[in-house]
Design a protein around this ligand. Structure first.
Ligand code: DHB
Ligand code: FE
Length: 295
């Protein structure tokens, strides 16, 4: 049976990659953001996932405005990082969990999600960012399944549909015969707008609403339409759709392990949230950035 151990949600600002490349983790501008990953890395060191299923949005690298699926799932043996110059260099390709990809694809189509299947796929900063934050400088110990959501070209999918997509992926993970430990990841957000009259727009109240509700009550995030969210969170803040879908894949009964929120990183309210699926009667309690996860 599939074994989903938790969900990691994080912003994917390309400048973070630049800061990693330049070793600026302790710089006063960057430290408050990078410190949020210390408890995440400790948790990963203990729980050791084998596979990550990553919900993210492409920014014009693999898909462009001429052909842009609403939902796309990777089924490749490997995925090359193709937007060097935006932060992280284009290093080692990501190894695909190809059989799990096909199981997810088959389950989604059976569940009437008319997705696009990609047997070749380049990935951009929306996908790669969490990996150098979680396993810096190391050989990545996880295989990947990329799930891409259109957050860039209207009409956008609704939050309700993204939660349903995530839940259907969650059913696929539950019915997966392998015994890999699976980590679900959602990237993007929180509030930000990169261009136009509202460039630089941040909405702390909406961001905190998302951070508070996404674990215990993800439906709360679906009461806004996508256009409402563009209004509330900025035209790129709609990347929260990736978090909503990832949350759907996690299933019920999550517990918050750590949370970090810092304004600004570049133009973005940067957030990191780790939710776990408790195992047995292991005691769990919320942990804040900088605090040890496990005594
Ligand atoms: C920024 C944020 C993003 O989500 C992105 O894809 C590109 C840039 C930023 O704040 O600079
Ligand atoms: Fe983005």
């Amino acid at each position: 049976m599939g074994n989903v151990i938790g969900g990691l949600f994080t912003s994917h600002v390309p400048a973070i990659g630049n800061a990693i490349t330049r070793g600026l983790q302790q710089d006063p501008y960057w430290k408050p953001f990078f410190d949020g990953f210390a408890p995440v890395r400790r948790w990963l060191g203990e729980r050791r996932p084998d596979v990550t299923v990553v919900f993210y949005n492409d920014h014009g690298l693999n898909f462009f405005l001429d052909k842009l699926p609403t939902f796309a799932v990777g089924a490749a043996a490997s995925y090359r990082h193709g937007d060097g110059g935006w932060g992280l260099p284009e290093f080692k390709a990501f190894e695909g969990a190809q059989q799990l990809s096909w199981h997810i694809i088959n389950t989604l189509v059976e569940n009437e999600f008319d997705i696009t299947t990609c047997q070749e796929m380049l990935v951009d900063h929306g996908f790669v960012m969490p990996f150098e934050l979680c396993w810096p400088g190391s050989d990545r110990p996880v295989k990947v399944v990329p799930i891409e959501i259109n957050t860039v070209l209207h009409p956008l999918p609704s939050p309700k549909r993204c939660l349903a997509l995530g839940r259907a992926v969650g059913r696929a993970l539950e019915s997966w015969a392998g015994d890999e430990k699976i980590l679900v990841i959602g990237t993007g957000g929180l509030s930000h707008q990169l261009d136009g009259a509202r460039a630089g727009f941040i909405n702390k109240d909406y961001d905190n609403f998302c951070l508070d509700k996404i674990g215990p009550d993800p439906e709360a995030l679906t009461r806004h339409s996508s256009l409402d969210i563009v209004e509330l969170a900025g035209s790129q803040g709609i990347e929260i759709l990736n978090w909503i879908a990832a949350r759907g894949a996690l299933g019920d009964g999550t517990v918050e392990v750590s949370r970090n929120y810092h304004i600004p990183i570049s133009n973005t309210a940067a957030a990191t949230l780790l939710l776990e699926r408790p195992v047995g009667d292991r005691a769990v309690r919320p942990v804040r950035a900088g605090e040890p996860v496990l005594a």
